[in-house]
Design a protein around this ligand. Structure first.
Ligand code: FCB
Length: 565
C-alpha cells in the first residue's frame, strides 16, 4: 500500500504493551490544508507514523544547484538569532541577571557585551534589509522584560527595546518571528523553585507569554513559545552542560541531578507551559491579533548504523526519543508510545484535562536542523556512553561508521555536514504530523576552530555557502515531494556567543570584530543576498570543488572579494 495524502494505509505500530501490531494510518487530505493562508491545518485526522524501513531505502541525489525560484510563492527566507547570544547590555536599563549570566560552569567567555545588539539593533536591521531577507527570528530576553518573573513588575525599558525592534523590522518589510523563550530566564526563578524542574515555572512562562502578547501581539503574528525544549533538557539535565548543570553518571560528573529522570520532568513542564500559553493566546488574543503559535524542536536526523533491522529500529527510536518526545504531545496529546513503553512510570503523564489542551496546541512546527547521526541498537547488544539507558531510547548515537564520518566534520563534534538529512527529517516530520505547516527555524554551519584562522580567510567562507546551498537544495526536494514547508531561517545573522563554546564557534553570515564590534559581511552574506534577490552576474567563476557534494561550486559576482582559498 502506498503512502500519500488522504490515503489510509496499514503499518506496524508499537503498542503500549510493547507488541507490534498492524494499525491503520490515515494521512490528512490535501484539502485540510489552507494553502492560501499558509498557516492552518486540521490535525483531527492525523495519526502517528512510526518510521519504518521505507525512510532508509531511498537514495537521495545531492548534486543540484539551488535558486530561490525553486521555492513556492510566499516562502519566507530569514535569519535567526537569540537574545542572550547577541544583545549584551547584561545589566542595563533594568535587566536582571539570568541563568547564563551567573553560570560559571563550562563558560569560556561571557556574553556581557556579546554583539552589543542592544545598542546596535538599528544597524543590524539595516544589514538584514540589505541582505534582502523578508523575515527575522529573534527571542525575548526574559530577564529584560520581567526581571523578577511573576514576582516583580514589567520592565518598560525592556518592552521599549523589543517594540523598537519590531517597529523597525516592519518599516523595512521584514516579518518578525518571535521566540518567547530561548534558553535564558531570570536567575531568581532558579533560586526560588528550581526553574523547569518545578510546575511553578509553567505559571512564570505563561506570565511572560501574556506580557509579550499584550505588548507586541498587535504587530507580531508568528510566535514560537520555547526554543528546543528537547535540546535544552538534554544539555541542562542529561549532560549538565547548560545551567543549571545537573546530571548523573555515566552522562556527566555534576554535583547534583539525575540524568535518567530530570530531563523528562523539565520537558514536561516546558510542554505544559507552552500549552497553557497557547490556550491563553487562543482564548484571549488570537481573535483580535490573528497570529499563529508554534514550538521549535531540535531535529537531528538519525540513520541506522548498519543495514540490519535492529539498527533500523534503533534509528526510529532515536527519532522518537529526540524529535517526537518534543512534538508528539503537541499534536497527539501524549508522548510517543515507544517512550511510554521503555520509560514506564518514570515518564510523566498528562491529566485528561491537560491532554485536551496540549493536543493540537501548535499551528506550525518549527525544526532546527543541523546534522545527521548514525544510531546503533543497544537493546540486543552492549553499548557505551549511556546508549544502554532508556533516556537515550537504547540507541547509541555516533557520527562514524567504521571510522568514516557520516559527513564532513564541523566545529561541533556531533554536527556533520549531511545535506540529505534535511530532506529525510522533513519527510519524517511531514509523515508523522500529517504534513502540518513546518518552518525550518534554524540551519547553519560553523567551521572547525577558527582562532588560528586569519580574518580574511574567515570572511572567505566558501564552505558555509556550500552548506546552505546543499541543505536548501535538499529542502527544495522535500517540498517538491509535497512537504508543507513555508519558511527557512539561516542560523545566524552574525557570529555571536555560542553558549558554552563562547565566541570561538562561528555560525555567522557576518564576522564581528571583537575589539570594535564592527560587522563585516562574509562571502556567504553576499551569496545569500544574491540568492534572495535572484541576482544574476556576469563574472561567474569556479571557486572550488565542493567537499560536501563533490561538485564544482560557482560563486557569482564577487569580483571585489578574495576568491582563492
Ligand atoms: C541551536 C540553538 C541556537 C544555536 C545553534 C547553533 O541548538 O537553538 O541558539 O546555538 O544551535
Amino acid at each position: 500500500m502506498e503512502d500519500g495524502d488522504g490515503v489510509a494505509s496499514a503499518r506496524m505500530a508499537l503498542l503500549d504493551n510493547g507488541s507490534l501490531e498492524m494499525v491503520k494510518v490515515v494521512y490528512c487530505m490535501v484539502s485540510d490544508i489552507n494553502l492560501e493562508g499558509l498557516d492552518t491545518v486540521k490535525t483531527g485526522s492525523c495519526r502517528r507514523f512510526f518510521g519504518g524501513r521505507r525512510l532508509w531505502r531511498r537514495r537521495i541525489v545531492e548534486n543540484e544547484d539551488i535558486k530561490k525560484s525553486q521555492f513556492p510563492d510566499g516562502f519566507l527566507f530569514g535569519t535567526a538569532t537569540s537574545a542572550y547570544q547577541i544583545e549584551g547590555a547584561y545589566l542595563e536599563d533594568g535587566k536582571s541577571l539570568n541563568n547564563w549570566d551567573v553560570s560559571i560552569i563550562f563558560k569560556v567567555d561571557d556574553a556581557d557585551i556579546a554583539d552589543d545588539h542592544y545598542h546596535r539593533y538599528l544597524e543590524d536591521i539595516e544589514i538584514m534589509h540589505s541582505l534582502g531577507v523578508n523575515a527575522y527570528r529573534f527571542s525575548i530576553s526574559w530577564a529584560r522584560v520581567l526581571p523578577r518573573g511573576r514576582f516583580g513588575e514589567v520592565n518598560p525599558n525592556g518592552v521599549l527595546f523589543y517594540n523598537n525592534i519590531i517597529d523597525n523590522l516592519l518599516l523595512k518589510g521584514i516579518v518578525p518571528f518571535v521566540t518567547i523563550h530561548h534558553h535564558d530566564f531570570p536567575q531568581e526563578l532558579e533560586d526560588r523553585y528550581g526553574s523547569w524542574l518545578s510546575p511553578l515555572m509553567q505559571e512564570d512562562f505563561v506570565h511572560l507569554a501574556k506580557t509579550c502578547f499584550k505588548s507586541f501581539g498587535d504587530r507580531v503574528k508568528y510566535w514560537t513559545t520555547i526554543n528546543e525544549p528537547n535540546l535544552f533538557s538534554e544539555m541542562a539535565y542529561i549532560m549538565g552542560k547548560y545551567p543549571p548543570a545537573r546530571c548523573s553518571a555515566p552522562f556527566g560528573n555534576c554535583s547534583v541531578g539525575n540524568s535518567d529522570s530530570e530531563p523528562l520532568i523539565a520537558m514536561h513542564n516546558m510542554l505544559l507551559g507552552h500549552a497553557k500559553a497557547t490556550k491563553l493566546y487562543r482564548e484571549q488574543f488570537q481573535a483580535k491579533q490573528g497570529g499563529f503559535m508554534g514550538m521549535v524542536a531540535s531535529a537531528f536526523m538519525y540513520e541506522p548504523l548498519t543495514d540490519n533491522e535492529l539498527d533500523r529500529e534503533a534509528a526510529n527510536r532515536a527519532l522518537a526519543f529526540h524529535v517526537a518526545w518534543n512534538l508528539d504531545p503537541l499534536v497527539f496529546g501524549d508522548y510517543p508510545p515507544e517512550m511510554r513503553h521503555y520509560h514506564g512510570s518514570e515518564l510523566p503523564r498528562f491529566t485528561p484535562e491537560e491532554a485536551k489542551y496540549i493536543k493540537g496546541s501548535i499551528d506550525f512546527i518549527g525544526i532546527n536542523h543541523y546534522s545527521t547521526l548514525y544510531a546503533k541498537d543497544c537493546i540486543h547488544s552492549s553499548c557505551i556512553e549511556g546508549g544502554d539507558r532508556a533516556i537515550r531510547g537504547f540507541a547509541y548515537l555516533t557520527g562514524e561508521r567504521d571510522g568514516v564520518p557520516i559527513g564532513e566534520p564541523t566545529g561541533i563534534p556531533r554536527f556533520f555536514v549531511v545535506p540529505r538529512g534535511m530532506e529525510e527529517i522533513v519527510e519524517y516530520v511531514k509523515k508523522r504530523y500529517c504534513n502540518m505547516p513546518m518552518y525550518v527555524t534554524e540551519n547553519g554551519y560553523a567551521p572547525p576552530k577558527q582562532e588560528a584562522v586569519q580574518v580574511q580567510d574567515q570572511l572567505h567562507d566558501v564552505k558555509r555557502i556550500e552548506f546552505h546551498k546543499a541543505y536548501l537544495a535538499s529542502l527544495a526536494r522535500a517540498i517538491r515531494n509535497g512537504a508543507n514547508v513555508r519558511r527557512y531561517f539561516a542560523w545566524t545573522l552574525m557570529d555571536n556567543y555560542e553558549w558554552v563554546r563562547g565566541y570561538s564557534l562561528k555560525f555567522g553570515l557576518h564576522y564581528i570584530d571583537r575589539q570594535t564590534l564592527k560587522r563585516i559581511p562574509k562571502l556567504s552574506a553576499t551569496w545569500f543576498q544574491n540568492f534572495l534577490t535572484n541576482s544574476s552576474f556576469n563574472n561567474e567563476q569556479v571557486v572550488n570543488t565542493s567537499s560536501f557534494t563533490g561538485k564544482n561550486v560557482l560563486i557569482s559576482g564577487l569580483e571585489d572579494k578574495k576568491t582563492e582559498i
